[in-house]
Design a binder for this molecule. Structure first.
Ligand SMILES: C[S@@+](CC[C@H](N)C(=O)[O-])C[C@H]1O[C@@H](n2cnc3c(N)ncnc32)[C@H](O)[C@@H]1O
Length: 183
């Protein structure tokens, strides 16, 4: 298996990893599709894991962008730390501490691979509330999930939530794009 250490980490801590393998190229492409390329962006990544989404973000976005990744698994943090890109900052910190690092209205995109359905309700709500707070007007929260069970919760925090789907992942996944305004 190409990413055997992802599988190993999933076996050690499935409740926080939330999957047995990293996301497919097709899913990652859909997840990062909304990121504009023509201007510098402030991006937060939640749950980067082995960095498969991180690499796609860095490859796509403007050279003046910054990407701050929040990851709680220290094995993944070590792997992410070897990525040579001055735009990337890796924090060995839970996503529920987002507002310790970002002021309100300062982030363009939050890109999340967090296994929301497995995260305790109070932590999940803290993450969504803080994501909502740090986003600029017009900013977006991008998230994939394997089921639609958190759709209602996302609607509580973002007044516009659209969903797309891909079969080209194991398991097939829904991709949310959430924003605070109608733009
Ligand atoms: C489904 S994996 C996604 C990994 C990778 N981005 C991908 O798409 O394949 C979820 C990741 O979220 C991390 N995670 C879980 N809870 C977290 C939290 N509260 N804060 C930051 N990272 C968390 C896990 O350690 C794991 O690396």
């Amino acid at each position: 298996m190409k990413n055997w250490y992802f599988f190993r980490e999933a076996m050690k801590s499935f409740r926080t990893t939330g999957s047995i393998t990293s996301s497919s190229k097709a899913l990652i492409k859909k997840l990062v599709e909304p990121l504009p390329t023509h201007r510098p962006l402030v991006i937060v990544e939640l749950g980067p894991g082995d960095g498969c989404v991180t690499h796609a973000i860095l490859k796509k976005v403007h050279s003046g962008s910054s990407v701050t990744a929040f990851e709680i698994n220290t094995v993944f943090v070590e792997k992410l730390s070897v990525i040579q890109d001055s735009r990337l900052r890796v924090l060995s910190v839970g996503a529920e501490r987002l507002t310790d690092y970002f002021e309100a209205g300062t982030v363009d995109y939050v890109v999340s691979s967090l296994p929301l359905s497995m995260i305790p309700k109070e932590i999940k709500e803290a993450i969504l509330k803080q994501s909502q707070l740090v986003l600029r007007p017009g900013g977006r929260f991008l998230q994939f999930q394997y089921a639609l069970q958190d759709y209602g919760l996302l609607k509580d925090y973002f007044n516009r939530v659209s969903v797309s789907f891909t079969m080209a992942n194991f398991p097939p996944a829904f991709i949310y794009s959430c924003s605070l305004s109608m733009v």
